[in-house]
Design a protein around this ligand. Sequence first.
Ligand SMILES: Cc1cc2nc3c(=O)[nH]c(=O)nc-3n(C[C@H](O)[C@H](O)[C@H](O)COP(=O)(O)O)c2cc1C
Length: 406
Amino acid sequence: MLKGKEIVLGVCGGIAAYKAAEFVRLLVKQEARVHVVMTQNAQKFVTPLTFQTLSGNPVVTDPFALLEETQIGHVALADLAQLIVILPATANIIGKIAHGIADDFLSTMVMASKAPVLFAPSMNVNMWESKALQENIRILVERGYHFMEPGEGELACHWYGKGRLAELGDVLEKVEALLSPKDLKGEKILVTAGPTQEPIDPVRFITNYSSGKMGYALARVAKRRGAEVVLVSGPTTLPLPRSDIHLISVKTAEEMRRAVFGNLKNCSVVIKAAAVSDYRPKEVSSSKVKKTASSVSLELERTKDILGELGQKKGGRILVGFAAETGELVSNARKKLKEKNLDLIVANDVTKPGAGFATETNQVKFLYPSGEIKDLPMMSKEEVAQVILDEVVRLLQRSKKVKMAT
Ligand SMILES: Cc1cc2nc3c(=O)[nH]c(=O)nc-3n(C[C@H](O)[C@H](O)[C@H](O)COP(=O)(O)O)c2cc1C
């Protein structure tokens, strides 16, 4: 998502300056183009060489730098930046920018730029709580600047309280959100993810290999693109999604069904990425089944077909399903698309290397009711989520056009 994006990272003279080096690595891993600007005080904590090596670009350290012979450095970078991140942001830089002081490269560049600016502050708890700092943050937030909330805990100065640099993963998520189009704003999207667990007895259950990664990626990307997101998730080992995603955790297919239909109100899109168990044990033993008999058989009954029911009660909603198959991919997916009344089915052969349940990547085909098929190359699950949501945006626009015409 950050591929080719021009990000300027301002590093200030705070004890968390060393974490900025790791942040550059995270951005570079996403193929962003990173340009580091260090204040004079930042250079007392970490050397420019570290940032130059990690970013692969020259580091601006001189307040009156010329990037190339004829370019005025702060203006050139101010114009180039698609986003400016200040990490760590000192009380000093926050104060300077709030009051229009431009006495070094970083503060001057921020003033000269129209790019969004994200501050990730880090400081001693008393500095954080000081009236001057809080007032300066209020001024900047009112002017449209973005802030990461610092964390709480033991600080480098041995005080305990608020002032730790936000987790780098959270800063990265915010960077991606700030650089994403907001083409799903106003839409409420329900995503299901993960497997279900159907109990046999209090200690055993039937489940499948679904990791939830695809559904979580969809929820994350939809949120970044401005949607209100409800994520109904079966049990997974994934980190909790960001707090503004409404997570509903369930275990069984029946719990998932109730959560889906209980939260369908005002949803314009439903994406069913969960691998819901088709069968469950007919009898659930209330105590642990003991190993007495040499063999046992388990009678299974059908669970309710959530996707089928959604298709019947679809209304004007866009309904996207998944088909994870081990053979006859296209014919099985086409059958499911039709039977469940879907607008799009995302089909993948889970036996292919890199396209299975717990992998980081996926290779999928899109099938449409018109009979059209789109083959996609191997991609990360997050990239697959982006393309699925591009299709959702297209389908929403089409259905709005149809509504306007009728
Ligand atoms: C060892 C040390 C650690 C510091 N840590 C922080 C910090 O975490 N946050 C902060 O706002 N200031 C911190 N300061 C104070 C800043 O370095 C000082 O305000 C400086 O003027 C900031 O300059 P700059 O914003 O141009 O980088 C620290 C100072 C020292 C000597």
